[in-house]
Design a binder for this molecule. Structure first.
Ligand code: ZN
Length: 138
């Protein structure tokens, strides 16, 4: 695990953006407010937050909401070079499996992923966060 010292100013600002996005969370059911921020190869930063639904199953996580927003704003050729996840609940919140699989199609394998863990903020390359990606070759 990386120490907090491994979080440079660029990642620090991405974490702050994720935290700000969490303030917009729509989470009346879980009261778990999550934000995510993606840095793109272009330098642009796109944020997202979790949006829950009464059906529960239709809820979308902050990471995927940021991803679909990034594609909508910048197109399908985007490449993600860093990810930050934050929550307002002082809880561990690494990206869930669904978000890891969705991010995998757009992220550089060595992109740092920063997320709250039980030991503070943890930073890992995406390839360690999600080593076995499901891919369709065509
Ligand atoms: Zn998720």
């Amino acid at each position: 695990m990386n120490s907090p010292d491994a979080i440079g100013p660029a990642l620090d600002s991405l974490i702050a953006a994720a935290r700000k996005a969490a303030l917009h969370s729509y989470s009346p059911y879980s009261h778990f407010s999550v934000g995510a921020a993606l840095r793109l190869a272009s330098g642009d930063v796109v944020t997202g937050t979790n949006v829950e639904n009464a059906s529960y199953g239709l809820t979308i996580c902050a990471e995927r909401s940021a991803l679909v927003r990034a594609v909508a704003e910048f197109g399908p050729a985007i490449r993600i070079t860093a990810v930050a996840v934050a929550n307002l609940n002082d809880s561990a919140s690494p990206p869930c499996g669904a978000c890891r699989q969705m991010l995998a199609e757009f992220i550089e394998p060595d992109a740092p992923v920063a997320f709250p863990s039980s030991d503070g903020i943890r930073v890992m390359p995406f390839s360690m966060v999600f080593p076995l990606v499901f891919e369709l070759k065509h």
